[in-house]
Design a protein around this ligand. Structure first.
Ligand code: FAD
Length: 564
């Protein structure tokens, strides 16, 4: 495999050295440090985070033989798919959150929660180092260490700024509940500021220019929600300001919602144009100041500076700094996110598991198979491959990566589809052509999508493995490759893509389902399906009732525009 440097570039190859982290010997005063391992014969599972992955893991852990300790800076789970609705008051912030202690109270777990942030993982000594979120009266944050037998890392990601100057200081992110609340206040503040008698019309235009950066599902949904809020509520309350309002959506690539079927992309773009949302595709943001946002047109290289009142930045996620440090310790410095095996165990460690947005599964089996094919082609010295050689690998890729099949169906993997279509059994293929085609699949193979659906499925799988861990007591390292062992311990994780929604505003939602055929639905019926599914997916009956009553309240009374 290493004989093929080009392929090594194309495919995901993680060089995992045993990489040792030096035992922590820092000078941090561990006030009230406690470092108890599991009590009695109980194994201690430390879980980092209270997001989709971590909370689903805790909910599904049933084995009372574990002692569970959750460390997270926020003591609640947040239903992120409804955050865009929180930004304009369609749904209230408290309706989409549930305390982790309430969730754990419904399980039979020996449970503890610490409101703190982990800042270092010491995998050699099986400790995590944490800092409390709140400051003590002396202005200090408590620091402490926690021992673990097993560590589950589900810390998600950070909003990715791609290092663009001025983004951190001048834009709003939409990642946490607090972000959504800040956006809601800021939108109303813009309207109140624009209403002041001393403000000129030119200034009003600027204040009421709302810019959304990023044409992914979150940016698109927020733009749609904001448009509805302005049209259905604010236009009635601020009738003289309606003419000054402008919403712009900037996207660096050629289209919005590129991860969806082409029909959905087209329908969304048409709807935004009809709604008067200024859609600027192929437009990359290069700088944001407190007054202007500068964009560069990718095709021409021309730059333009646009005055704005408020910018919401939603362009994907990056890796948390302490995870980056940990990746360096374990020889994963060259990766973007933590690499795990197919049983979700972090490569280069023994008892650490990672799931959700902070991790990705490294598919060694597929890579080894592909490597073997290329080796075979090399030995033949023919520089060609037989179609039959790679069909099996392609099927393996599709089995492991349902999103590849989805992209094949949508014909987004153009070279790959062409290669599959044009080749006949027994036919010889140009090895370079095959490599080029594989490079299209590469990005899809590397990362499962960063969605709640993936995080929750991984967490359910992992909790299930932990519930049955006793069955593997003779093998304290945990799940093993059952293919190699020839016996069933745990099956490796397989993601099942169920489908995805893209709410577009105006009671219109686009839905794409992973049925045996391509099923795409756009409109009001999908919106009602969205309501039903998101109500059913709520983490508790309390939030379910609150969310549904918020929707009802919005239908009857409209959204609340108070700036609190
Ligand atoms: P998160 O849910 O982000 O949780 C991370 C947790 O780690 C948090 O509790 C955080 O406080 C905690 N944490 C952070 N730092 C530390 C630390 N140092 N120590 C300990 N804990 C820490 N996905 C969908 O499938 N469908 C959707 O409709 C959808 N809509 C979305 C809308 C918005 C606005 C956003 C932001 C995301 C949306 N997503 C959606 C994506 C989805 O929310 C994420 O993929 C999912 O939350 C990932 O889960 P996670 O457990 O990996 O991380």
């Amino acid at each position: 495999f290493t004989k093929h440097p080009a392929l090594t570039k194309i495919l995901v190859v993680a060089t995992v050295s045993g990489g040792g982290a030096a035992a922590y010997s820092g000078s941090i005063p561990f006030n009230g440090a406690y470092a108890d391992a599991g009590c009695g014969d109980k194994k201690k599972v430390v879980v980092l985070g209270t997001g989709w992955g971590s909370t689903t893991f805790v909910k599904n852990l049933k084995n009372p033989k574990y002692e569970v300790e959750v460390v997270s800076p926020r003591n609640y789970f947040a239903f992120t798919p409804l955050l865009p609705s929180v930004t304009v008051g369609t749904v209230e912030a408290r309706s989409v959150v549930e305390p982790i202690r309430s969730i754990a109270a419904k399980t039979s777990l020996d449970f503890n929660y610490r409101e703190a942030e982990c800042f270092k993982i010491d995998h050699e000594n099986k400790k995590v180092y944490c800092k409390s979120t709140q400051e003590s009266k002396s202005g200090k944050k408590e620091e402490f260490a926690v021992d673990y037998d097993y560590l589950v890392v589900g810390v998600g990601g950070l909003s990715n700024t791609f290092g663009t100057p001025g983004v951190e200081e001048n834009t709003f992110f939409l990642k946490e509940v607090e972000d959504a609340q800040k956006i809601r206040r800021s939108v109303i503040d813009c309207f109140e500021r624009a209403s002041l008698p001393s403000v000129s019309d030119k200034e009003r235009e600027k204040i009421l220019h709302f810019v959304v950066v990023g044409g992914g599902p979150t940016g698109v949904e927020f733009a749609g929600e904001l448009h509805d809020f302005v049209l259905e509520d604010l236009a009635k309350l601020y009738p003289t300001l309606k003419q000054f309002v402008k919403i712009s959506l900037l996207e660096a690539t050629g289209h919005i919602l590129t991860m969806f079927d082409k029909r959905i992309t087209e329908a969304a773009e048409d709807k935004f144009v009809r709604d008067g949302i200024d859609l600027k595709t192929g437009s990359m943001v290069v700088k944001v100041t407190d007054k202007e946002i500068t964009t560069k047109v990718r095709a021409t290289g021309e730059t333009e500076s646009i005055p704005y009142g408020m910018v919401v930045w939603s362009t994907g996620i990056g890796t948390r700094p302490f995870i980056k440090d940990f990746m360096k310790q374990i020889g994963q410095a060259d990766r973007r996110v933590l690499g795990t095996d197919e049983w979700l165990r972090v490569e280069g460690t023994q008892s650490i598991y990672a799931l959700g947005d902070c991790a990705t599964i490294v598919q060694r089996k597929v890579m080894d198979d592909i490597g073997a094919i290329f080796d075979k082609a090399d030995k033949n010295k023919s520089g060609t491959l037989k179609v039959d050689d790679f069909k099996e690998v392609v099927n393996d890729i599709i089995e492991r990566y349902p999103q590849v099949e989805l992209y094949l169906k949508n014909k987004k993997l153009k070279n790959f589809v062409q290669l599959l279509k044009s080749s006949q059994p027994g036919e010889e293929l140009d090895i370079e052509k095959f490599k080029a085609a594989l490079s299209e699949v590469d990005s899809l193979m590397k990362n499962l999508p960063a969605t709640a659906q993936v995080a929750a499925q991984e967490a359910e799988y992992l909790a299930n493995c932990f519930n049955r861990m006793e069955q593997c007591e003779k093998n304290p390292e945990g799940p093993q490759r059952f293919r190699e062992l020839g016996q069933h311990k745990f099956k490796p994780f397989r993601y099942k893509h169920l489908g995805q929604f893209a709410p577009l505003g105006g009671e219109q939602t686009a839905a794409q389902f992973a049925l045996p055929w391509d099923f795409v639905s756009i409109g009001r019926s999908s919106q009602w399906l969205w309501y039903s599914i998101y109500a059913s997916k709520q983490v508790s009956w309390r939030t379910r009732v609150l969310v549904v009553s918020d929707w009802g309240r919005r239908f009857i009374f409209g959204r609340d525009s108070s700036s609190i």
